[in-house]
Write a protein that binds this ligand. Sequence first.
Ligand SMILES: [Mn+2]
Length: 562
Amino acid sequence: MMVFSPDAKVAEQQMHAVIFYLTTFGYIDGNFDLSEKTFVREHIKVLVEARVDAAKKGLEASLRGELVNKYSRHFNEVFDQIDHQVRDLFTEAVSDGEDQSAFVRAKLKLRCYEIFKGFDEDNQRWILATVDEFIQADGVVHDAEALFRRELGELLNAEVAVDADDLDQATAPVAIEPPAKIEPRLPNHPFFERFEHHYSADKEVIQKQAAADLDLITRHMAKLDEQRSAGAGKLLGKHSAADFAPGTQLLDEHVYVVNPKPGQKYEIIVLGDLHGCYSCLKAALLQADFFNKVQAFKKEPDKHPDVKLVLLGDYIDRGRFSYNGVLRTIMQLFLSVPEHVFALRGNHEYYLELNGRIYGGVRPAEAINTLVGYMPDEMFASYMRLFEALPNMLIFDKTLFVHAGIPRDDTLHEKFTDLASLNDADIRFQMLWSDPSEADLIPGELQKTSARFPFGRLQFKSFLSKIGCNLMLRGHEKIEEGFKTVYDDGHHVLINLFSAGGKTNDDLPADSNYRNVRPMAAVLHHVDGETKVHPFEIDYAKYQDPATNKFFAAEPEIEHKS
Ligand SMILES: [Mn+2]
C-alpha cells in the first residue's frame, strides 16, 4: 500500500502525480470511459482514506468520514482539471501526416517522465508501485496498458547526457521587467488603412485583390533574395554573432545574424504567434510606436535607438484575418523598412503540394480552407513559395529568436558543426516544432515520438552555448499568460511569448480557446551586451472598432472555415 509523505506539500504533489498517472492509463487504451472514471474516483477515495488514517490514527468515525469526504471532493476536482488538460491535448495542432493519438500518447509519456524526474528515489519507486497496483486492480491488464507501462519503465531508466564542455557558465546579463500597460502615442496610423479590406466573394473582385497580394509576395521574395545574395556563405566556420565585425547584419540562406555596434542602443520589438489576430499586430505596433521610432532613427541615427521588429511566425490560421490582415501587413512592413523587420517562419507557414494541389501542413488550416473555391488556386502555390523563402531565425548578439525550439540531440550530433549548420533542412524543421520540458534531459526515444517533440533544460543550455547565445525568445506554445520565463538559471534564459488571443477579440471565432490567452508582446532594450526585457499587454480591444480598424466597418463576405 502507498505511503504518503508527512509533509503536506509533498503529499499533495504525490496525489496530483498519482491522479495524472491514473488518468493517463485511463486514456491509453483509446477512450477513457465512465466505468474507468468511476474506478479512478473510487481509487482516489481509497488513497484519501489511507492518507487520513496514516496522519490521524484512531479518529472518531464521523470525523474521519468528514475528512475523507472533504479531501475526496478536493481531489475529484483535481482529477476533473487533469482530465480536462488531457482532453485538451487532443485539440492541439499536429503536423500533417501525424496521428493525433500518437501525439497525445507522446505528450502523456512526457508528462509522466517529467513528474517522475521531479521526485526523489523513494517517491519514484512509490509511484510506479501505485500504477502497477492500479492497472491490475480490475483483474485484467490490457495490452495497451502493459505496453505503455513497459515503455515508460525503459524511458525512466534511459541514460541521457549532454557534453559538459558546452555548458558555458558565463552569467547572462538579462533583466526581465514585470508586464506593463502601454498606451499608443497615436490611436491610428495611415500606414494601415490602405490594406484593411475583406476579401470579396465576387470572382472578379477577389482576382484583383489576389493580384495585389501576389505582387507583395513577389517583391517580398525578391527583397529576401537580395539580402541572401549579400550574405551567402558567411556563416561557414562561424560560431557566434561575435565572430562578425561589429555592426554586421546579414542573412545567409535562412539565418539572420546581427552583431550590434558598440555604444549603439537597440530597441527590439518582439511578437509571438499572431494567428490571424490583426488587431493584436496593429495594437502592438502602435503601442511600441514602431513607425515613429524607425523614422527618428533614420533621420538621426546617432541620437536614437536602432529599432528592430522581430516576428516569431505563425501569422495564419485560427483567427479570421490571416492572409489579408496579418500576412499582408507584415509583407508591407518588411518592404517599407527591410533593415528593421525580421519576419520569421512558424510551423503554420508550411504548405505541401500533392498531385498539383496545395494543402496546409498543420490541421486545421483555416486560412486555406476558408478561401478554397474563392481565391485563384495558384495563389496557394505562391503562399507556399513565400513560406519556403521565409528565414527561420535571427541571432542578435547573444539572443536567439526562433518560432519554437532547438533540434533533437541525435540530429545535432550528426549535423551540427558551426552556424552554417543551422541552415540544414532537418534542423530548421525541428526548430519550427519543439517545446521545452520541465525535465533536465529528454531521452532520444521521447524526442523521436512526434514532430512536436520536447527538449530539456540542459539540452537547451548546451545548444545555446554551441551558438554563442544565452537568451532565447520563442512563441509556438499557447500560454494563457502570454509571456512566460520558462528557464532562468542566471546563465541561460528562455522566454515564451504569445501575441494572439483576448477574451473579447472578435478577430477570433467566438468559440476559439485562443480567447483564454492574454496576448502579450515585448520590447528588448539592448546596449553593449546588456539586455532588458519589457513585456507589455497588447491592447487589441482598441482595434475592434470601425473608427480604428476598417475590417470592422463591414461583415466579411466569405465565411471563416475550420
Ligand atoms: Mn506554432
